[in-house]
Design a protein around this ligand. Structure first.
Ligand SMILES: Cc1cc2nc3c(=O)[nH]c(=O)nc-3n(C[C@H](O)[C@H](O)[C@H](O)COP(=O)(O)OP(=O)(O)OC[C@H]3O[C@@H](n4cnc5c(N)ncnc54)[C@H](O)[C@@H]3O)c2cc1C
Length: 366
């Protein structure tokens, strides 16, 4: 005898995005959050910098610009309300190479267009007053950028979700989705099915692969995902910084930056490395390039004190020479399957954007 459990919404993937969406939708609907691992947040959401971004870099009107800025305000409010550790430490984007002057001004203007009117341009003397060991010709000061405890954030949202009668199920790797008369049916085993009218794919690195398991999903919309690994580096010595320090960004990431953590220690990175499969091992061969990058803005850095400590992986949609720069939210308009929402390529600033993405989904699509 087949057992079927019915929900209004099934969210697949309990990373920060799935949890935020599940919690927000549970205010009005009966929601199941389903996760293949034995706990929440062990994917991309546990391997990142935990920076609260202010929404500076992204092209005006992009989803990243919209969700990051709005998400930042929502995140500060939520964390303060729930007493989640958070610090508005501020950040400097530093231009140490004269050739990058134009790029720095472009970032500043992009920030202003995105509503970051708190940004300030600084010269060498002013930079020295804020960070005495940084060598740079110019910098952008972003006072709203912060750092927070993302694990506590996810935990608090899950608690709120369960208070709203949301259900979380771990250890279920969803491998097949059947579509029938406006319902999705997901087998958990031979005899147990879950079903819903709305299915939200928040599978992180696996999200593009997950759509292939959905019956009737148009093959022409299958997308290629590339993994862009980022290694972080610890420093075995005293670090003089009191703020996040970012160089002018390169193409794949935001450059080898320094992020201050909640304990006033910190780390450098992540760097960028294209890989073919999920692999989080770190190796010493990446130290030298990182050192050369860091030295440009912090000449006192010593190479023999740098150690690779951990890594994360960014999901990039497309190909190396032309990958998607924005978040992708696919709905019925794209794939013609009513009730299906795919969140693809949710890389940085996904943590900062989570509450804004969630409120957008809840208001517009469910
Ligand atoms: C190196 C790096 C640094 C970053 N730094 C920052 C930062 O400082 N600030 C910021 O705002 N953002 C940052 N980000 C971005 C942020 O971490 C991500 O956008 C966010 O964590 C993505 O969350 P997610 O829920 O989409 O994915 P995940 O956290 O990976 O969650 C997806 C979940 O889906 C589950 N799953 C997959 N397939 C299935 C299946 N078939 N069945 C059931 N479950 C499944 C997985 O087990 C996983 O738990 C960074 C990202 C990277 C890679």
């Amino acid at each position: 005898m087949r057992e079927i459990y019915e929900f209004d919404i099934i969210v697949v993937g309990a990373g920060v995005i799935g949890i935020a969406i599940a919690m927000t939708c549970a205010q009005k609907k009966k929601v199941l959050l389903i996760e293949k691992k034995s706990s929440f947040g062990s994917g991309i959401s546990s391997r990142n910098s935990e920076v609260i971004h202010a929404g500076i870099y992204y092209p005006q009107n992009s989803l990243k610009a919209k969700f990051c800025r709005d998400g930042m305000f929502r995140l500060y409010n939520y964390c303060n309300k729930k007493s989640i550790p958070i610090k508005q430490v501020g950040k400097l984007i530093v231009q140490s190479d004269t050739n990058d002057r134009e790029k720095l001004l472009q970032i500043y203007n992009s920030g202003l267009k995105n509503g970051c009117d708190e940004l300030v341009l600084l010269d060498t003397k002013e930079i020295k007053k804020i960070e005495s060991e940084i060598i740079a010709e110019n910098a952008i000061w972003s006072p709203k950028t912060g750092v927070f405890d993302s694990h506590q954030f996810m935990k608090a949202m899950l608690y709120d979700f369960e208070k709203l009668n949301g259900v979380v199920a771990y250890n279920h790797n969803i491998e097949k989705v059947f579509c029938s008369s406006n319902f999705f049916e997901l087998p958990l085993d031979d005899l147990t099915y879950i079903k819903s009218k709305t299915l939200i794919n928040c599978c992180g690195l696996n999200a593009t692969n997950f759509v292939k398991k959905i019956e009737g999903f148009p093959e022409k919309l299958f997308r290629k995902v590339l993994f862009c690994k980022g290694t972080y580096f610890g420093y075995q010595g005293k670090l003089p910084f009191n703020h996040h320090i970012y160089p002018v960004p390169n193409d794949g990431g935001l450059g080898i930056h320094f992020t201050l953590d909640l304990n006033n220690y910190g780390q450098f990175g992540p760097d960028t490395e294209w890989i073919n499969y999920e692999d989080y091992t770190v190796d010493n061969s990446r130290i030298n390039t990182a050192f050369r990058e860091i030295k440009k803005y912090w000449p006192k850095c010593e190479e023999n004190k740098i150690r690779p400590v951990y890594s994360g992986i960014r999901p990039k949609i497309g190909c190396k020479s032309n990958f998607e720069k924005d978040f992708l939210i696919e709905t019925v308009q794209n794939h013609k399957i009513p009730g299906l929402i795919n969140l693809l390529g949710i890389e940085s600033p996904g943590l900062t954007s989570a509450l804004s993405i969630a409120s957008n989904i809840a208001e517009n699509y469910v």
